[in-house]
Ligand binder design. Structure first.
Ligand code: HEM
Length: 437
């Protein structure tokens, strides 16, 4: 869904107290402005009263100040909608304005403008990771993801060089090319399943070496392929087995992989486990979306366009669709106070679909990447000090795979490529394609 930034904000001529209907992607929607708080705006009050009469109170709690908020149930806040269809919920919030509040298990403020992204991502000490959403999943609650300033910076300084674009290309371009060449499907295949299997092989190749027990890796990663709450459930047995296999791999330290790096770090076993989890479904889902789009657009299947096809896939379907922090101190934003301790969400998904930043945002058009990018408006790998550690590795893997599909026909058989928000953004699927021989 395209977002009309401020579409839910009052544009009414309040003199007559009319409720103007919000505009969404160029069409009228029959929902009135829900929570306008422009001084003296009767439209907002009327809208609120109407919604409340329907039993859908519009919340505005003291803790979240007066940010507008999507409709919610009195008893459970936004949690049922968050778990049921989180994308529809944040899209509704985005129509109310560039910052809106949610009542999850705790109050949260969500924003998606470049200014918001700069505020939240540009200040690692002021917006910390501890206590944020990533801590809810055993897959992400550890290693560098769980560190905050000042320890975070030191840990990244130890890891960044090995993940630098130049080093990643020098070490892994060839093995990845060979892996992808051997894995190419022919005939009918499911793009999600194929991409996930390829990523498991990529992880062996790059992180731990071919002698790593495949079954342990597969069992460890499998819950990441399941819908919520699968990736949030504690998995002590799977995690113990993975950690034990990783301990062996890091001791053996295959020099053609990143195992020596992880082996040299204090807490390297946990660090490797979290990096592998962070690498897996993000890259697999991005590749699945890319293949689905490529199958519909033969004109894009040329090696020279691989980079912009990957960039555009990451824009329209950013695997890290929502990110979170906790405010360390009271902070001012656009004249309002965000209180210390507040859960702060930023959303690459909403930013990348904002028509104020992107022309025709729902259209898949890699050509747009020949123009300059909006500052703080393209953040598929986040930005600032916590920028994705594996951005270069993911980009190399994705571009190599996309190029490999330039050689023969690729067509859609059936499926549903629309996105679903879980721990990462995934295609609803299935995504059945056929590759010509
Ligand atoms: C298309 C693939 C990928 C996408 C879209 C992606 C996206 C992201 C995003 C948005 C963040 C920031 C989360 C936040 O703190 O708000 C992040 C962090 C991270 N990513 Fe990725 N990622 C991808 C692939 C990878 C790969 C291949 C690795 C392998 C090393 C990786 C490892 C990490 C780690 C360790 C962090 C935490 C960084 C920190 O807190 O300092 N990611 N990723």
């Amino acid at each position: 869904m395209a977002l009309g930034r401020g579409a839910g904000r009052c544009r009414a001529s309040t003199s007559r107290g009319q409720i103007r209907h919000a505009r969404l992607a160029g069409r009228s929607i029959d929902r009135p402005v829900a929570a306008c708080r422009h001084p003296g705006c009767r439209a907002g009050d009327e809208a609120r009263t109407k919604l409340e009469r329907q039993g859908l109170p519009v919340k505005s709690t003291r803790t979240t100040g007066s940010w507008p908020s999507p409709r919610t149930s009195r008893m459970f806040g936004h949690l049922p909608r968050w778990t049921g269809n989180s994308l529809a919920l944040i899209e509704e919030g985005a129509r109310l304005g560039p910052v809106f509040s949610l009542q999850l298990w705790r109050p949260a403020v969500v924003g998606y403008s470049p200014d918001w992204n700069r505020l939240v991502l540009g200040d690692a000490a002021g917006f910390r990771s501890g206590g944020s959403l990533s801590q809810l999943s055993p897959y992400l609650s550890g290693g560098v993801v769980a560190l905050d300033a000042p320890a975070h910076r030191g840990r990244r300084a130890l890891m960044n060089p090995a993940f630098h674009r130049r080093d990643i290309a020098a070490r892994f371009a060839e093995p990845l090319q060979e892996l992808i060449d051997r894995s190419m499907p022919s005939g009918d295949f499911d793009a999600s399943q194929w991409s996930s299997a390829l990523m498991q092989n990529m992880i062996q190749e790059v992180f731990v070496g071919k002698s790593f027990p495949e079954k342990v890796l597969h069992n460890f990663l499998k819950p990441l392929d399941t819908p919520m709450p699968g990736p949030l459930l504690r998995r002590p047995f799977k995690i113990r087995r993975m950690q034990s296999a990783l301990r062996t791999a890091l001791n053996e330290a295959d020099p053609t992989t990143l195992a020596p790096l992880f082996g040299s770090l204090e807490g390297g076993v946990e660090e490797a486990r979290v990096a592998i989890a962070a690498a897996y479904d993000t890259t697999a889902h991005t590749l699945a979306f890319a293949l689905w789009e490529l199958a519909a657009r033969p004109d894009l299947r040329v090696p020279e366009l691989a980079e912009s096809v990957v960039q555009e896939t990451l824009r329209l379907y950013p695997a890290g669709w929502i990110g979170s922090r906790v405010a360390t101190n009271d902070t001012e934003f656009k004249g309002r106070t965000i209180p210390a301790g507040m859960l702060i969400l930023y959303s690459p998904y909403l930013t990348h679909r904002d028509p104020e930043l992107w022309r025709n945002p729902l259209h898949f058009s890699p050509e747009r990447f020949s123009d300059p990018l909006p500052p703080w408006g393209y953040i598929p790998f986040s930005a600032g000090e916590r920028t994705c550690l594996g951005a270069a590795l993911a980009s190399l893997t994705l571009q190599t795979a996309v190029k490999a599909f330039a050689d023969r026909s690729l067509t859609r058989v059936n499926g549903d490529g629309s996105p679903r928000g879980g721990l990462t953004l995934a295609p609803k699927g299935p995504l059945v394609l056929t590759r010509g021989s």
